[in-house]
Ligand binder design. Structure first.
Ligand code: FPP
Length: 242
């Protein structure tokens, strides 16, 4: 592609966020960790609201990982209650704001009542298209790829596919994210530079941004600065500069 043909810098259409630092934020205030998670939940709304003006069509957030079950029973139960309340409290507003909500992750270990609320919210917002909010709940990248491989193996066992059909495109059709584009930008808060099993397959060519801010302190203004800075980056997807 010549310089003249190069498209103008574009913002990320899909941003994924690892919302880290709730526990430390609460502990710094001498409060229980769940206090931080509640403060973190309030930030979610702010980021969703910021998306349209920033040109972000897809926002994917890491709410609970397959490893988070190892936390204390009090914290896990508190988080599950928070997710249920979040859905009940925010559903109407999300619907009115044109947000389409999806959940990714394995639902098998989740409480039946929570799964029903998740299903209802997905159905209720399925006609929306302004912002696509995907919430990763009991999600792990390796777990997702493993589940996809298992389903693919089943299709082969049933004779509906053969081993020759197994390529990256076919496998991706079995991922939880099969209807979503890959993330362009992954942000992690709280100063940790790890991806923690988040969207492993999908982030193969994503840009990463690690910021020191703890999630409950992360503002729409900081989000906007990161999104705008992304447009200046040179993404080559393994090719060379034109
Ligand atoms: C990581 O912080 C955060 C989590 C494991 C939970 C993320 C959940 C929320 C932001 C709550 C709400 C989300 C929704 C969708 C309602 P941490 O506890 O690991 O923090 P630490 O590293 O400081 O201990």
């Amino acid at each position: 592609m010549s310089v003249e043909q190069t498209a103008p810098p574009q913002g990320p259409a899909h941003v994924a966020i690892i919302m880290d630092g709730n526990g430390r934020w609460a502990q710094m205030r001498g409060r229980p960790r769940l206090f931080g998670h509640h403060a973190g939940a309030r930030r979610v709304r702010e980021m969703v609201e910021a998306c349209p003006a920033l040109g972000v069509k897809y926002l994917t957030i890491f709410a609970f990982s397959t490893e988070n079950w190892k936390r204390t029973q009090t914290e896990v139960a508190g988080l599950m209650t928070l997710f249920r309340r979040y859905i009940v409290r925010e559903a109407r507003d999300l619907l009115a704001r044109g947000v389409r909500v999806r959940f990714i992750g394995d639902r098998i270990r989740l409480d039946e009542k929570l799964v029903t609320l998740m299903d209802e919210l997905e159905l209720m917002t399925s006609g929306n298209d302004r912002v696509h909010l995907t919430i990763a709940l009991n999600y792990g990248g390796r777990d997702e790829v493993t589940r996809a491989a298992r389903r693919l193996a089943y299709e082969i066992e049933m004779g509906r596919l053969t081993h020759r059909d197994v390529d990256a495109e076919t496998l991706a059709r079995f991922l939880d994210t099969h209807v979503l584009p890959d993330p362009d930008l992954v942000i992690r808060t709280s100063g940790e530079a790890r991806i923690s099993n988040f969207l492993l397959w999908q982030s193969a060519y994503a840009e990463y941004e690690f910021v020191d801010t703890l999630w409950p302190d992360f503002t729409a203004a900081e989000f906007g600065r990161i999104v705008r800075a992304y447009a200046a980056r040179d993404r080559r997807f393994g090719t060379v500069r034109a």
